[in-house]
Design a protein around this ligand. Structure first.
Ligand code: BGC
Length: 248
């Protein structure tokens, strides 16, 4: 079975039909730039371009970088335009896509769902936490494979700051931190999350997970196993489609 997945990120809106049996894209994905400011209207136009590129007419799952309740309503917008807050994104995208059935899910939750089924978390029981390091820090918490949605662990306070303002990969780039300097911050953050949840496994996602060999070996003093995500760039697209399939 195929469902369309769209990943809405700070720089790009990426989408493709997803083969749900294989957990992979069924066709090469299409990407358009995220408009700035990333308002609901502008993003909906981008989503339409991506979906229309494939002439898709079935269900669509979309990710959003904020709290999303009921597969529909945006509740927070830390790194996108604040006009998203309380927007019924399911209605917005559904209308723009000519009435296609739409499900919206937090971006890290989508990536986590895909990793648990097809990637680094496959078959793992107990508490598993996926953390995505990008513009912000996203989190997806699983208990025996079941998602606890919208955990927002990137906003935990660490040394008097929001953790994502200290340890996201954007902070590494903006402050020109070395891998060693950044790994120390990530280590402190992981130790804090471990203190709260005692997970068996951390899965590290986001674009920077492609370079995990540069920083994961530097992380010490965390008891849980730490592994890089496996689906990398496509986890959000695949997970969004999986969530849409579950609610179809
Ligand atoms: C948002 C989360 C999101 C994460 C990664 C955070 O700022 O609050 O909802 O998952 O960034 O995009």
């Amino acid at each position: 079975m195929q469902i369309f997945g769209v990943d809405i990120g700070g720089s790009g809106i990426k989408g493709a039909p997803v083969d749900l049996d294989r957990g992979d894209l069924a066709q090469e994905r299409c990407k358009v730039l995220t408009p700035h400011p990333a308002t609901p209207d502008g993003v909906a136009d981008g989503v339409k371009q991506v979906v229309d590129h494939f002439g898709w007419t079935g269900p669509v799952g979309l990710t959003f970088p904020g709290v999303v309740t009921g597969g529909a309503t945006i509740r927070t917008a830390a790194n996108v335009d604040s006009s998203w807050i309380d927007t019924d994104a399911r209605a917005l995208f559904g209308e723009r896509l000519g009435g296609l059935p739409v499900t919206v899910v937090n971006d890290a939750d989508a990536a986590g769902v895909a990793e648990m089924q097809f990637g680094a978390g496959k078959g793992r029981k107990g508490t598993v936490i996926l953390l995505t390091f990008g513009t912000g820090i996203g989190s997806a918490v699983f208990i025996d494979g079941a998602l606890v949605p919208n955990t927002e662990l990137g906003h935990l306070e660490l040394d008097g700051h929001e953790a994502e303002k200290r340890a996201s990969s954007k902070v590494k780039d903006d402050r020109d931190l070395s891998w060693e300097q950044w790994a120390r911050r990530v280590q402190k953050y992981l130790a804090h999350v471990e203190m709260l949840f005692s997970p068996e496994l951390f899965v590290i996602g986001g674009g920077v997970s492609r370079k995990s060999h540069k920083f994961l070996p530097l992380i010490e003093g965390v008891r849980a196993e730490i592994v890089p995500a496996q689906l990398q760039n496509n986890a959000g697209i695949v997970g969004a489609a999986m969530r849409a399939a579950q609610s179809a």
